[in-house]
Design a protein around this ligand. Sequence first.
Ligand code: NAP
Length: 256
Amino acid sequence: MNKNVLITGGSRGIGYGIAVELAKAGCNLAINGVRSEESVMEEMKALKIHGTQIVYCRGDVSSESDRNLIIKEALSHFEELHVLVNNAGVAPKERVDVLEMKPVSYDRVMDINLRGPFFLTQKFANLMIENKQKDVGFKGCIINISSVSATTASVMRGEYCVSKAGMGMMTKLFAARLGEYNLPVYEVRPGIIETDMTAQVLESYQKRAEEGLILQRRLGKPEDVGRAVQALIENKIPYATGQVIMIDGGMSIPTL
Ligand code: NAP
């Protein structure tokens, strides 16, 4: 698969799981994260083993100047970018009841999880349109990693739920706008995935998963999301722009 892919938050967790599957499938990767290049050296080295080009593009997706730098840096290595995976995201620093949650936490989570990805997508979409106008054979797509929290209300992290619900509409908006160019936009909604983000609650969720909270009786792994993203980029689900792909082991199925 000869695609150049920008993955935000690709240095660990789900984003890294996506990076591993895509590198194995032959993609060149621009990996973004906020940590310094030195601190992600091991991860970059491990990705390079698969033989494709891997570059690290440090930057905060919530900052406009950083978003411009991320794209500039990626384009200085790759002539064109085919795929954007909007994966970078944060949980609130503290879980606080929606009756008490502070605007500063709301703004932080919304800026990183929704406002940043929205304007990065806008920039990326315009670049894809330019590529399509230069070359009708250009193929690309945008994949947004949201969450089951887009529809499941967690009152102790409402700002996170709102950000992911917003990402659902963002997916539909860009899918609608890019339809005429045949550039699909997808939303992947993971359930509970074993990463740093869930480390503190993993034990309790593990038990609840085994008791039936999750139909497949296990928590998800970053590679579960990585394989879904790989399938989308390989155009294995060719007629589904704007749609939600649930990667949650059946967690969102209501049961009696
Ligand atoms: P994680 O392990 O905490 O990793 C977060 C990644 O995002 C890291 O690579 C981090 O970079 C990057 N990041 C954080 N803030 C950033 C910013 N401002 N600009 C650029 N990069 C930033 O999280 P995860 O569990 O893999 O989650 C990845 C995505 O999946 C998030 O959008 C999350 O909401 C979503 N999700 C997670 C779960 C789950 O159960 N884990 C479930 C559903 C959805 P550094 O490494 O440089 O810090």
